[in-house]
Design a protein around this ligand. Structure first.
Ligand SMILES: Nc1nc2c(ncn2[C@@H]2O[C@H](COP(=O)(O)OP(=O)(O)OP(=O)(O)O)[C@@H](O)[C@H]2O)c(=O)[nH]1
Ligand SMILES: [Mg+2]
Length: 575
């Protein structure tokens, strides 16, 4: 199939254009490095169908990170071999000069390039005027102006997609290319003077050390508050009524039909408590499994990803990265590594994937290890709020405080022990943009759907395992093997051993199993810390293995076990 490849600098709107051309929804955000793996989709023009490929952003054809490497290797492998390969070079019109280096690089290599001048809505606010016809003449390739978020220009783009023709390859040094870029920009672009807007003043204030710190603290506080507010609201007004008033009566009918005490009843409904369904304790496939996933966890997943999506699209995260750069260097990373960490608070899997934008394997190892040990995912956080809720904020503060200390200590130690250095932060800070609501909600839906599809099979499997072990009365035997460790080192009841082990399957189910144990404050705090720090769930485990390999996974696992026992044991002594 003929291929259309989307290439450009990071954060120029490639993925939005990809979604426009193919109808395939992908995650887009206002910071460089959102896409770290290529993504394919199909587009039809007339009778023909084409394969469209969205690439991670790259500044040049000489890669400096794993994400850039994906793009450059793909270009070398596919485009050099196949002749039906069209290149769409997406260019950020608000940053023409910097973007054109890659454009000239691609033209010099002899690829059939069409230039897409994106963000054309944004240049008006910045006093920039670009003569697209002149640019087309100077570059010698088609240039099409677009605004991807509204769809302006996409029709023309579809019509002119294939007008790029390969030019004879030529060799130029970087300096010669930059000089040529300078000449082109001076002829095709005009800048007019204008005063700073409020948005630009906010951009400045949020990266200055003092005001930036104040804004950073304000943002974290607001994020935390609004995630809880929206999550609790959804539970109270939507999911609780659905489960208690609509779903439970239906299940009671099913229970009467299946007859309590039968094997089928035990598997599907579980135990009735005082003759009623108790979603937390029944442990049935139709009771506890959907309750944990949809009533306890999903509301927080929705609220977390909604808020994260908004701050991602506004463009705040790279500024936060800049603010934390000095601190991050102490743990062997540069500031940008905070973005994978923040993504990890949603789910560790995309967090570890996002470390691909870091330059060295050493950094990727440190960042991924820190994420899998000290960053609890949204599902686990939701359950921790449930577990520790009765004691107010104190318990959560101790858990998050311990995780922060663990994060810092492990980072500091790894930075000292591992050979190599942490590169300086070279990060492009995007302009603040007001995200269109359709983009925010489409991204939210994408992530929520992914959560449901990825998590539900594991939730079902977790509940089924516990249910069967209970039925065949082997739960106690399974727990008793690990009970001495949990009891002596961590001070937890012997029955907690099994839920903690189930954490490998799904952390939220594990936390759900801790609920009926009625532990006290100290034990609940320790259990939450152990659950967060010990083995990551199986999905994170697999992605860690895929991204970094066995050796690194084993090293991370060793650190994990030691750190968990140390933190749990320490809390057991001092609390
Ligand atoms: N105002 C405006 N914003 C746009 C336009 N196109 C994309 N954006 C926004 O720019 C940001 C970056 O878009 P993406 O599609 O994620 O960019 P990308 O090139 O795929 O970025 P990477 O995957 O990080 O390389 C998002 O917040 C988009 O909503 C546009 O034409 N106008
Ligand atoms: Mg992208």
């Amino acid at each position: 199939m003929k291929k259309i490849i989307l290439i450009g600098n990071p954060n120029v709107g490639k993925s939005v254009i990809f979604a426009r051309l193919t109808g395939v929804r992908v995650i887009t955000s206002n910071y460089p490095g959102t896409t770290v793996e290529y993504r394919k989709g199909i587009m039809s023009v007339g009778e023909e169908t084409y394969e469209v490929i969205d690439m991670p952003g790259t500044y040049s054809l000489e890669p400096t990170s794993k994400a850039e490497e994906v793009t450059c290797t793909f270009l070398d492998d596919v485009c050099c071999r196949e002749k039906d390969c069209f290149i769409l070079n997406i260019v950020d019109a608000t940053n023409l000069e910097r973007n054109l280096h890659l454009t000239l690089d691609l033209i010099d290599k002899g690829y059939p390039v069409v230039v897409v001048l994106n963000m054309c809505d944004d240049i008006k606010h910045r006093g920039i005027d670009i003569d697209a016809a002149k640019l087309e003449e100077l570059l010698g390739v088609p240039v099409i102006s677009t605004c991807a978020v509204t769809g302006v220009g996409i029709k023309v783009l579809r019509e002119r997609l294939f007008q790029g023709v390969p030019r004879p390859p030529r060799q130029r040094t970087h300096e010669e290319i930059w000089r040529a870029v300078g000449v082109i920009v001076s002829q095709a672009q005009r800048l007019t003077h204008r005063h700073h807007t409020l948005r630009e003043m906010m951009e400045d204030l949020s990266i200055r050390p003092f005001t930036g710190l104040l804004i950073g603290i304000g943002v974290i506080y607001a994020v935390f508050k609004s995630v809880r507010f929206i999550g609790e609201g959804l539970i109270q007004y939507v999911f609780d009524p659905l489960f208690n008033d609509v779903y439970a009566p239906l299940l009671m009918k099913l229970s009467a039909f299946l007859q309590p005490g039968t094997f089928g009843h035990h598997i599907l409904i579980g135990e009735l408590i005082d003759g009623k369904i108790d979603f937390k304790n029944s442990i049935g496939l139709l009771t506890t499994a959907p309750y944990v996933e949809f009533d306890m966890v999903l509301p927080y997943i929705i609220s977390f990803y909604l808020i994260l999506g908004i701050i991602e699209d506004i463009g705040y995260l790279p500024r936060f990265a800049l603010l934390l750069d000095a601190l991050m260097h102490r743990v062997g990373l540069h500031g940008f590594a905070i973005i994978p960490v923040l993504l990890g608070f949603g789910c560790n899997v995309p967090g570890i994937m996002a470390t691909r934008v870091l330059e060295s394997k050493r950094e990727r190892f440190i960042a991924s290890t820190l994420i899998s040990i000290a960053v609890p995912c949204a599902a686990l956080q939701a359950m921790m709020i449930k577990l520790l809720g009765p004691w107010g904020m104190g318990g959560l503060a101790i858990v998050f405080g311990t995780l922060l200390v663990a994060w810092l200590v492990i980072g500091l130690v790894l930075n000292k022990v591992l050979k190599g250095y942490s590169p300086e932060l070279v990060l492009e800070i995007p302009h603040y943009r007001f995200p269109p609501m359709n983009i925010i909600f489409s991204k939210l839906w994408l992530r929520v759907r992914e959560f449901i599809i990825d998590a539900f099979p594991f939730v079902i499997a977790g509940v089924l395992v516990v249910n069967l072990l209970q039925y065949f009365r082997v739960l106690e035997a399974a727990s008793s093997i690990f009970a001495p460790v949990t009891r002596t080192i961590l001070g937890l009841p012997g029955e907690a051993a099994f839920p903690l082990l189930i954490g490998f399957l799904r952390k939220d189910i594990a936390a759900g199993l801790l609920l009926p144990l009625q532990m006290g404050f100290k034990q609940t705090v320790i259990a939450c810390v152990v659950l967060s720090m010990s083995f990551p769930c199986i999905a994170t485990f697999i992605i860690f293995l895929k991204e970094l390999g066995w050796k690194y996974l084993l090293a991370a696992t060793g650190i994990m076990v030691l750190a968990t026992l140390a933190a749990g044991g320490f809390l057991n002594l001092v609390l």
